[in-house]
Design a protein around this ligand. Structure first.
Ligand SMILES: C[S@@+](CC[C@H](N)C(=O)[O-])C[C@H]1O[C@@H](n2cnc3c(N)ncnc32)[C@H](O)[C@@H]1O
Length: 246
């Protein structure tokens, strides 16, 4: 990691028995060994070269990565990618840079992209926080989608929640003025945290009408996601937040 900017969610603390600092990074996910299906394994071989972008701690040439210049949307945590693929298909004029750390999910979206020839998606199998910090420039994004990020229900895990002020401040600087940030969650306490954090960010303005309590109508382009369906089955509500970069 020498030579890289420190990860913004990192802290340097002395080890218990020495003064040597070490990096402790709080991640918004835990990598679990998910089982890959044969179709997903094959999708890596067949479609990986076309749709996967390797993580590198250097600025991405977006035009070269997509083979064209178009508005760029970053998606963080697409899960199995069902909604991602549908959105890319209904918005063929936009480029979608999609980050996920869960390998079977990456395989599933690769399969969809390859089989349906979805040319406007590229996938980075890596922590989106690092992708944003190292591969993308300020004002480089036209939109950001974060749908049903892990809610980390227990209070001792709240520090793992992605939507926190320092991250949102950096994310907002990566969105061009006029661009948007679209979040959705099925966990009311997290929705409230999202609303509080986004409302306090000086570079963002809420697009929701004043009588909507801060939450937006679900935009037409967002289909039901897999995690949303699970939440609905459990009787949860759904909250969308759409803010514009000032
Ligand atoms: C609860 S799932 C939601 C998946 C999908 N958006 C949906 O609505 O069905 C959250 C996903 O975000 C991914 N994730 C969490 N933190 C991430 C990060 N920092 N970078 C990339 N992916 C991340 C997890 O691996 C997980 O698949």
């Amino acid at each position: 990691m020498t030579g890289l900017a420190p990860h913004p969610m990192s802290t340097h603390e002395p080890t218990p028995n020495s003064q040597t600092p070490f990096r402790r990074t709080i991640k918004s996910y835990v990598l679990r060994a998910g089982r890959m299906g044969t179709g997903q394994i094959r999708a890596f071989e067949l479609y990986g070269p076309r749709f996967l972008i390797p993580y590198q701690p250097q600025r991405l040439d977006v035009q070269a990565a997509f083979g064209r210049s178009a508005p760029l949307i970053l998606e963080i945590g697409f899960g199995m990618g069902d909604a991602t693929a549908k959105i890319a298909q209904v918005r063929p004029g936009d480029n979608f840079l999609c980050c996920e750390v869960h390998e079977p999910g990456v395989g599933a979206l690769l399969k969809r992209c390859g089989e349906a020839a979805i040319g406007n998606i590229r996938i980075v199998q890596h922590d989106a926080v690092e992708v944003m910090d190292h591969m993308l420039g300020e004002d480089s994004l036209d939109g950001v989608h974060i749908f049903f990020p892990d809610p980390w229900h227990k209070s001792r895990h709240h520090k793992r929640r992605l939507i926190q002020s320092p991250f949102v401040a950096r994310l907002a600087r990566h969105i061009r003025p006029g661009g948007y940030l679209h979040l959705a969650t099925d966990w009311q306490p997290y929705a409230e945290q999202m609303l509080e954090v986004l409302s306090a960010e000086p570079l963002l303005a809420n697009t929701a009408a004043p009588d909507q309590g801060g939450y937006a109508d679900t935009p037409d382009y967002r289909p039901l996601t897999k995690f949303e369906q699970r939440g609905l089955r459990l009787g949860h509500g759904v909250w969308d937040l759409v803010f514009q970069r000032i």
